[in-house]
Design a protein around this ligand. Structure first.
Ligand code: 13P
Ligand code: SF4
Length: 323
Protein backbone atom coordinates (compact mmCIF):
# COMPACT_ATOMS: atom_id res chain seq x y z
CA UNK A 1 0.00 0.00 0.00
CA UNK A 2 1.37 3.45 -0.90
CA UNK A 3 1.50 5.56 2.24
CA UNK A 4 1.29 9.35 2.18
CA UNK A 5 3.68 11.50 4.12
CA UNK A 6 2.19 11.38 7.58
CA UNK A 7 2.60 14.58 9.45
CA UNK A 8 3.31 14.55 13.14
CA UNK A 9 2.64 17.93 14.61
CA UNK A 10 3.31 19.24 18.09
CA UNK A 11 4.16 22.88 18.13
CA UNK A 12 2.29 24.76 20.87
CA UNK A 13 5.19 27.20 20.54
CA UNK A 14 3.39 28.68 17.52
CA UNK A 15 0.98 30.43 19.90
CA UNK A 16 1.76 33.74 21.56
CA UNK A 17 2.78 33.20 25.25
CA UNK A 18 -0.54 34.36 26.79
CA UNK A 19 -2.55 32.11 24.47
CA UNK A 20 -0.19 29.20 25.17
CA UNK A 21 -0.61 29.66 28.92
CA UNK A 22 -4.40 29.69 28.54
CA UNK A 23 -4.42 26.53 26.39
CA UNK A 24 -1.86 24.57 28.39
CA UNK A 25 -4.10 23.09 31.17
CA UNK A 26 -6.57 21.66 28.65
CA UNK A 27 -3.81 20.36 26.39
CA UNK A 28 -2.13 18.71 29.40
CA UNK A 29 -5.41 17.07 30.44
CA UNK A 30 -5.90 15.70 26.92
CA UNK A 31 -2.33 14.37 26.85
CA UNK A 32 -2.92 12.50 30.12
CA UNK A 33 -6.18 11.03 28.90
CA UNK A 34 -4.49 9.91 25.69
CA UNK A 35 -1.87 8.02 27.67
CA UNK A 36 -4.50 6.41 29.95
CA UNK A 37 -6.65 5.32 27.01
CA UNK A 38 -3.83 4.38 24.59
CA UNK A 39 -5.51 6.81 22.22
CA UNK A 40 -4.33 8.45 19.03
CA UNK A 41 -5.76 11.78 17.88
CA UNK A 42 -5.92 12.02 14.11
CA UNK A 43 -6.86 15.46 12.85
CA UNK A 44 -7.98 16.80 9.50
CA UNK A 45 -6.13 19.78 8.03
CA UNK A 46 -9.23 21.94 8.66
CA UNK A 47 -8.97 21.71 12.44
CA UNK A 48 -8.26 24.97 14.24
CA UNK A 49 -4.60 25.63 15.21
CA UNK A 50 -5.14 24.81 18.92
CA UNK A 51 -6.15 21.26 17.91
CA UNK A 52 -3.82 20.94 14.92
CA UNK A 53 -0.72 22.11 16.77
CA UNK A 54 -1.79 21.48 20.36
CA UNK A 55 -3.06 17.88 20.63
CA UNK A 56 -3.13 16.11 17.24
CA UNK A 57 -0.75 13.15 16.91
CA UNK A 58 -1.17 12.90 13.16
CA UNK A 59 -2.69 15.37 10.71
CA UNK A 60 -3.54 15.13 7.04
CA UNK A 61 -6.16 15.03 4.30
CA UNK A 62 -8.93 12.42 4.07
CA UNK A 63 -6.68 9.93 2.31
CA UNK A 64 -3.88 10.28 4.87
CA UNK A 65 -6.42 9.90 7.71
CA UNK A 66 -7.65 6.61 6.21
CA UNK A 67 -4.06 5.43 5.73
CA UNK A 68 -3.24 6.34 9.33
CA UNK A 69 -6.22 4.35 10.62
CA UNK A 70 -5.15 1.35 8.54
CA UNK A 71 -1.66 1.42 10.11
CA UNK A 72 -2.61 2.30 13.67
CA UNK A 73 -2.35 -0.16 16.55
CA UNK A 74 -3.80 2.31 19.09
CA UNK A 75 -6.74 0.96 21.11
CA UNK A 76 -8.63 4.21 20.59
CA UNK A 77 -8.63 6.55 17.59
CA UNK A 78 -10.21 9.93 18.22
CA UNK A 79 -11.14 11.65 14.97
CA UNK A 80 -10.74 15.40 15.11
CA UNK A 81 -12.65 15.80 11.88
CA UNK A 82 -16.12 15.04 10.59
CA UNK A 83 -18.31 11.96 10.95
CA UNK A 84 -17.55 10.31 7.61
CA UNK A 85 -13.84 10.45 8.49
CA UNK A 86 -14.48 8.70 11.82
CA UNK A 87 -16.61 6.08 10.06
CA UNK A 88 -13.87 5.49 7.50
CA UNK A 89 -11.38 4.90 10.35
CA UNK A 90 -13.75 2.36 11.92
CA UNK A 91 -14.37 0.67 8.57
CA UNK A 92 -10.66 0.21 7.96
CA UNK A 93 -9.67 -0.54 11.58
CA UNK A 94 -12.63 -2.42 13.10
CA UNK A 95 -10.66 -3.50 16.20
CA UNK A 96 -10.08 0.07 17.34
CA UNK A 97 -12.60 2.05 19.36
CA UNK A 98 -13.22 5.10 17.18
CA UNK A 99 -14.51 8.27 18.81
CA UNK A 100 -15.97 11.45 17.34
CA UNK A 101 -16.29 14.29 19.88
CA UNK A 102 -19.51 15.75 18.42
CA UNK A 103 -22.06 13.76 16.43
CA UNK A 104 -23.23 16.92 14.67
CA UNK A 105 -19.93 17.14 12.76
CA UNK A 106 -21.48 16.08 9.45
CA UNK A 107 -20.80 17.03 5.81
CA UNK A 108 -23.14 18.46 3.16
CA UNK A 109 -21.75 16.01 0.60
CA UNK A 110 -22.28 12.94 2.80
CA UNK A 111 -25.80 14.15 3.60
CA UNK A 112 -26.59 14.68 -0.09
CA UNK A 113 -26.94 11.03 -1.14
CA UNK A 114 -28.38 7.83 0.36
CA UNK A 115 -27.75 4.14 -0.24
CA UNK A 116 -31.10 3.86 -2.04
CA UNK A 117 -30.08 6.73 -4.38
CA UNK A 118 -26.98 4.69 -5.26
CA UNK A 119 -29.03 1.53 -5.87
CA UNK A 120 -31.27 3.55 -8.21
CA UNK A 121 -28.25 4.93 -10.08
CA UNK A 122 -26.91 1.40 -10.54
CA UNK A 123 -30.25 0.31 -12.02
CA UNK A 124 -30.24 3.30 -14.38
CA UNK A 125 -26.65 2.63 -15.53
CA UNK A 126 -26.16 -1.15 -15.43
CA UNK A 127 -22.53 -2.25 -15.55
CA UNK A 128 -21.05 1.14 -14.66
CA UNK A 129 -18.88 0.81 -11.52
CA UNK A 130 -19.61 3.18 -8.63
CA UNK A 131 -16.81 5.45 -7.40
CA UNK A 132 -17.72 7.12 -4.11
CA UNK A 133 -15.88 10.05 -2.67
CA UNK A 134 -15.02 9.20 0.97
CA UNK A 135 -17.33 12.07 1.93
CA UNK A 136 -20.19 9.56 2.11
CA UNK A 137 -21.84 7.41 4.78
CA UNK A 138 -20.82 3.79 5.41
CA UNK A 139 -24.12 2.71 3.79
CA UNK A 140 -23.25 4.54 0.57
CA UNK A 141 -19.71 3.13 0.62
CA UNK A 142 -21.22 -0.35 1.02
CA UNK A 143 -23.07 0.14 -2.30
CA UNK A 144 -19.88 1.29 -4.05
CA UNK A 145 -17.17 -0.55 -5.96
CA UNK A 146 -14.39 1.72 -4.79
CA UNK A 147 -13.88 4.95 -2.83
CA UNK A 148 -11.69 7.89 -3.69
CA UNK A 149 -10.58 11.16 -2.16
CA UNK A 150 -9.63 14.44 -3.77
CA UNK A 151 -6.03 13.15 -3.51
CA UNK A 152 -6.57 10.22 -5.87
CA UNK A 153 -9.92 10.63 -7.68
CA UNK A 154 -8.50 10.62 -11.22
CA UNK A 155 -6.20 7.64 -10.49
CA UNK A 156 -9.08 5.67 -8.94
CA UNK A 157 -11.39 6.32 -11.91
CA UNK A 158 -8.66 5.26 -14.35
CA UNK A 159 -7.67 2.20 -12.30
CA UNK A 160 -11.08 0.63 -12.94
CA UNK A 161 -10.44 0.21 -16.67
CA UNK A 162 -14.13 1.00 -17.39
CA UNK A 163 -15.47 3.15 -20.23
CA UNK A 164 -17.86 4.96 -17.88
CA UNK A 165 -18.26 5.21 -14.13
CA UNK A 166 -20.85 6.55 -11.72
CA UNK A 167 -19.07 9.21 -9.67
CA UNK A 168 -20.68 10.55 -6.49
CA UNK A 169 -21.63 12.66 -4.64
CA UNK A 170 -19.63 15.82 -5.52
CA UNK A 171 -20.67 17.22 -8.92
CA UNK A 172 -17.81 19.73 -8.99
CA UNK A 173 -15.17 17.11 -8.18
CA UNK A 174 -16.83 14.90 -10.81
CA UNK A 175 -16.44 17.64 -13.42
CA UNK A 176 -12.81 18.17 -12.40
CA UNK A 177 -12.13 14.44 -12.82
CA UNK A 178 -13.93 14.48 -16.21
CA UNK A 179 -11.48 17.11 -17.50
CA UNK A 180 -8.54 14.83 -16.59
CA UNK A 181 -9.66 11.49 -18.03
CA UNK A 182 -11.27 9.95 -21.10
CA UNK A 183 -13.55 7.84 -18.90
CA UNK A 184 -17.18 9.00 -19.13
CA UNK A 185 -18.31 10.34 -15.75
CA UNK A 186 -21.94 9.89 -14.71
CA UNK A 187 -22.39 12.60 -12.04
CA UNK A 188 -24.43 13.15 -8.94
CA UNK A 189 -24.97 16.82 -8.14
CA UNK A 190 -23.92 17.03 -4.48
CA UNK A 191 -22.12 20.15 -3.25
CA UNK A 192 -19.75 21.16 -0.48
CA UNK A 193 -21.38 24.14 1.26
CA UNK A 194 -17.94 25.64 1.94
CA UNK A 195 -16.31 25.40 -1.49
CA UNK A 196 -19.41 26.18 -3.57
CA UNK A 197 -19.30 29.69 -2.06
CA UNK A 198 -16.15 30.65 -3.97
CA UNK A 199 -17.27 32.29 -7.20
CA UNK A 200 -15.50 32.52 -10.55
CA UNK A 201 -16.60 36.16 -11.02
CA UNK A 202 -15.25 37.24 -7.64
CA UNK A 203 -12.01 35.41 -8.33
CA UNK A 204 -11.70 37.15 -11.69
CA UNK A 205 -12.03 40.54 -9.92
CA UNK A 206 -9.46 39.54 -7.30
CA UNK A 207 -7.06 38.33 -9.99
CA UNK A 208 -7.32 41.67 -11.73
CA UNK A 209 -6.48 43.47 -8.49
CA UNK A 210 -3.69 41.06 -7.59
CA UNK A 211 -2.48 39.67 -10.94
CA UNK A 212 0.84 38.34 -9.63
CA UNK A 213 -0.61 36.11 -6.90
CA UNK A 214 -0.83 32.38 -7.56
CA UNK A 215 -4.24 30.88 -6.79
CA UNK A 216 -4.54 27.40 -5.32
CA UNK A 217 -7.89 25.71 -4.91
CA UNK A 218 -9.56 22.55 -3.68
CA UNK A 219 -11.34 20.52 -6.41
CA UNK A 220 -14.68 20.84 -4.57
CA UNK A 221 -14.78 24.41 -6.00
CA UNK A 222 -16.83 25.12 -9.13
CA UNK A 223 -15.29 24.70 -12.61
CA UNK A 224 -15.18 28.49 -13.21
CA UNK A 225 -13.00 28.82 -10.09
CA UNK A 226 -10.80 25.83 -10.90
CA UNK A 227 -10.10 26.96 -14.46
CA UNK A 228 -8.48 30.12 -13.05
CA UNK A 229 -6.38 28.27 -10.45
CA UNK A 230 -2.64 27.74 -10.80
CA UNK A 231 -2.83 24.57 -8.73
CA UNK A 232 -5.76 22.30 -7.81
CA UNK A 233 -5.35 19.60 -5.18
CA UNK A 234 -6.45 17.95 -1.97
CA UNK A 235 -5.71 19.71 1.30
CA UNK A 236 -2.49 17.64 1.51
CA UNK A 237 -1.56 18.71 -2.04
CA UNK A 238 -2.26 22.37 -1.25
CA UNK A 239 -0.11 22.37 1.91
CA UNK A 240 2.75 20.65 0.09
CA UNK A 241 2.52 23.01 -2.88
CA UNK A 242 2.98 26.03 -0.60
CA UNK A 243 5.73 24.30 1.42
CA UNK A 244 7.69 23.47 -1.69
CA UNK A 245 7.24 26.63 -3.78
CA UNK A 246 7.21 29.20 -0.96
CA UNK A 247 5.63 32.03 -2.98
CA UNK A 248 5.78 35.37 -1.14
CA UNK A 249 1.97 35.56 -1.43
CA UNK A 250 -0.67 33.00 -2.36
CA UNK A 251 -4.47 32.95 -2.55
CA UNK A 252 -5.82 29.80 -0.92
CA UNK A 253 -9.37 28.80 -1.85
CA UNK A 254 -10.37 26.24 0.72
CA UNK A 255 -11.51 26.13 4.34
CA UNK A 256 -10.06 28.98 6.33
CA UNK A 257 -8.53 27.19 9.34
CA UNK A 258 -6.17 25.36 7.03
CA UNK A 259 -4.79 28.69 5.85
CA UNK A 260 -4.26 29.60 9.53
CA UNK A 261 -2.32 26.36 10.12
CA UNK A 262 -0.14 26.90 7.07
CA UNK A 263 0.41 30.55 8.01
CA UNK A 264 1.67 29.51 11.48
CA UNK A 265 4.11 27.08 9.87
CA UNK A 266 5.37 29.24 6.98
CA UNK A 267 5.65 32.77 8.24
CA UNK A 268 7.49 33.87 5.07
CA UNK A 269 4.33 33.24 2.97
CA UNK A 270 1.44 35.70 3.05
CA UNK A 271 -1.81 33.84 2.58
CA UNK A 272 -4.79 35.68 1.12
CA UNK A 273 -7.78 33.70 2.35
CA UNK A 274 -11.37 34.51 1.52
CA UNK A 275 -12.56 33.09 4.82
CA UNK A 276 -15.09 30.26 4.49
CA UNK A 277 -15.33 28.07 7.57
CA UNK A 278 -16.87 24.59 7.59
CA UNK A 279 -19.55 24.64 10.31
CA UNK A 280 -19.23 20.86 10.67
CA UNK A 281 -15.47 20.82 11.17
CA UNK A 282 -15.81 23.69 13.64
CA UNK A 283 -18.01 21.51 15.90
CA UNK A 284 -14.78 19.88 17.13
CA UNK A 285 -13.09 21.77 19.97
CA UNK A 286 -10.40 21.12 22.55
CA UNK A 287 -13.16 20.92 25.20
CA UNK A 288 -15.18 18.25 23.45
CA UNK A 289 -12.00 16.30 22.58
CA UNK A 290 -11.23 16.25 26.33
CA UNK A 291 -14.82 15.21 27.16
CA UNK A 292 -14.80 12.54 24.48
CA UNK A 293 -11.67 10.90 25.92
CA UNK A 294 -13.03 11.21 29.46
CA UNK A 295 -16.37 9.57 28.75
CA UNK A 296 -15.39 7.52 25.67
CA UNK A 297 -18.17 9.10 23.62
CA UNK A 298 -19.29 9.17 20.89
CA UNK A 299 -18.21 5.75 19.75
CA UNK A 300 -18.71 4.93 16.06
CA UNK A 301 -20.60 1.64 15.77
CA UNK A 302 -21.34 0.13 12.38
CA UNK A 303 -23.62 -2.66 11.31
CA UNK A 304 -21.15 -5.53 10.57
CA UNK A 305 -22.56 -6.41 7.15
CA UNK A 306 -22.47 -2.76 6.00
CA UNK A 307 -18.97 -2.32 7.43
CA UNK A 308 -17.66 -5.42 5.64
CA UNK A 309 -18.97 -4.24 2.25
CA UNK A 310 -17.77 -0.68 2.82
CA UNK A 311 -14.32 -2.03 3.80
CA UNK A 312 -13.88 -3.58 0.35
CA UNK A 313 -14.47 -0.20 -1.30
CA UNK A 314 -12.08 1.63 1.06
CA UNK A 315 -9.39 -1.06 0.81
CA UNK A 316 -9.54 -0.93 -2.99
CA UNK A 317 -8.94 2.82 -2.78
CA UNK A 318 -5.97 2.31 -0.44
CA UNK A 319 -4.45 -0.10 -2.98
CA UNK A 320 -4.50 2.71 -5.55
CA UNK A 321 -2.87 5.10 -3.08
CA UNK A 322 -2.15 8.74 -3.86
CA UNK A 323 -1.89 9.91 -7.45
P1 13P B 1 -9.32 16.50 1.61
O1 13P B 1 -9.40 15.04 1.40
O2 13P B 1 -8.69 17.22 0.46
O3 13P B 1 -8.64 16.80 2.90
O4 13P B 1 -10.79 17.10 1.65
C1 13P B 1 -11.71 16.76 2.62
C2 13P B 1 -12.80 17.71 2.70
O5 13P B 1 -13.77 17.51 3.40
C3 13P B 1 -12.69 18.90 1.88
O6 13P B 1 -13.75 19.72 2.07
FE1 SF4 C 1 -17.98 18.46 3.93
FE2 SF4 C 1 -17.33 20.71 2.71
FE3 SF4 C 1 -17.14 20.57 5.35
FE4 SF4 C 1 -15.42 19.20 3.79
S1 SF4 C 1 -15.60 21.41 3.96
S2 SF4 C 1 -16.51 18.43 5.58
S3 SF4 C 1 -16.76 18.65 2.09
S4 SF4 C 1 -19.04 20.43 4.15
Amino acid sequence: MAVATLEITRKPSVFPPEERAALQPLIREIEELKRERNALITAHNYMTPDIYYGVADLVGDSLALAQMAARSDAEVILMAGVHFMAETSKIINPDATVLIPDLRAGCSLAEGITASDVRRLKQMHPGAPVVSYVNTTAEVKAESDICCTSGNAVAVVEALGAERVIFLPDGFLGRYVATHTDVEIIMWEGRCIVHERFSGNELEDLRQMLPQIPVIAHPECSPDVLEQADYVGSTHGIVNWVRELRPPQVMMLTECSMADNVAYELDDVEIIRPCNLCPHMKKITLENIRNSLRTMTHEVVLEPEIAARARLAVERMLQVGRS
